[in-house]
Write a protein that binds this ligand. Structure first.
Ligand code: GLN
Length: 301
């Protein structure tokens, strides 16, 4: 019988760390994945337990067969455009590791701008409310870096709140979570006598803000795998800003501030919504790409 020279691609062949990495880069590149090298590295680390350091200095060491199989399975999912974070179950945000699942939006670096602007205020000992908390990344990183603060995260998705609670536990912060449609969550929790505060010093939010018609044009990773309820801001993308800005004052102390992430072209529109509602000292901050990204205002009445 003739032997076929394809051992390296079968599951029975022994592979070195370097061979695993090279195979991953090749498979992902062929599948048209933009970040083939870094994704292969991440999958190798989180799925097969081979760190970047390992790859540099122990290149020729063999990888256990079961780990190679798991790594190949992960590569296959990535070629189907499943975001690498849903495969590894992790994403870093503000230097902290967050657990993520397809029930939550993957934390974005642009959102760090919001957290950094709040941290710049140098506040401590305050109560913070995070509306549409998702993975909890905004609230939990604020609580981690600020002193002596308490937080509440609200979201319409119970499944998302479970992920947020896991993250709060992981980072050992003082946060509670309740489910409901925006601020209704607080009323519900209040009725249930859950020791939920009804007034906050600070409200933060990264609500869904993509116009419905734009969603089909998003990259496959986002469009096909991230939760659409975390993205869809209705026809003009502004639905949640209107509702949050309308209702936030009922939940802010006098002098309390509202910080929201916004889409690159929504600065003027959201500014107007906040101005009309009576917010003062409205400011817009840009992201690293030079686009409007965060808006904030103070409630003085
Ligand atoms: N607050 C979470 C984040 O910023 C989730 C936001 C959302 O689901 N729209 O990542």
């Amino acid at each position: 019988m003739r032997m076929m020279n394809c051992d390296i691609m079968t599951d029975s062949a022994v592979l070195t760390k370097k061979q695993c990495y090279d195979e991953g880069v090749e498979i992902l590149t062929k599948a048209g994945i933009d970040e083939a090298k870094s994704d292969a590295r991440l999958l190798l680390e989180y799925i097969a337990g081979v760190t970047y350091n390992d790859l540099c200095i122990h290149q020729e060491e063999e990888v256990r067969q079961d780990r190679v199989s798991a790594y190949r399975e992960a590569l296959k999912r990535r070629t189907e455009h499943v975001p690498v974070q849903y495969i590894t179950g992790k994403q870093e945000f503000m230097g902290l590791e967050f657990t993520v699942s397809p029930d939550v939006l993957i934390p974005r670096y642009d959102t760090e701008i919001l957290v950094e602007e709040v941290l710049r205020l140098g506040l401590s000992g305050i109560d913070i409310l995070d509306v549409c908390t998702g993975s909890g990344c905004i609230l939990i990183s604020l609580l981690h870096y600020m002193h002596d603060c308490r937080g509440t995260g609200i979201d319409i998705s119970d499944k998302a709140l479970k992920v947020a609670a896991t993250n709060a536990k992981k980072h050992n912060v003082n946060a509670g979570f309740c489910e409901g449609d925006l601020f209704d969550a607080l009323a519900k929790a209040g009725e249930a006598n859950n020791d939920i505060k009804l007034k906050y010093d600070l409200i933060v939010s990264n609500p869904p803000y993509i116009p419905t018609g734009v969603i089909p044009t998003l990259m496959r990773e986002v469009r096909d795998y991230e939760p659409v309820i975390a993205l869809d801001g209705d026809d003009d993308g502004l639905k949640f800003y209107r509702r949050i800005v309308e209702e936030a004052p009922d939940h802010l102390v006098r002098g309390g501030r509202l910080y929201m992430e916004i889409g690159y072209d929504q600065g003027a529109a959201v500014n107007l919504i906040m101005e009309k509602r009576g917010f003062a000292d409205i400011e817009i901050y840009k992201d690293l790409g030079g686009n409007d990204r965060v808006i904030c205002g103070e409630w003085r009445r």
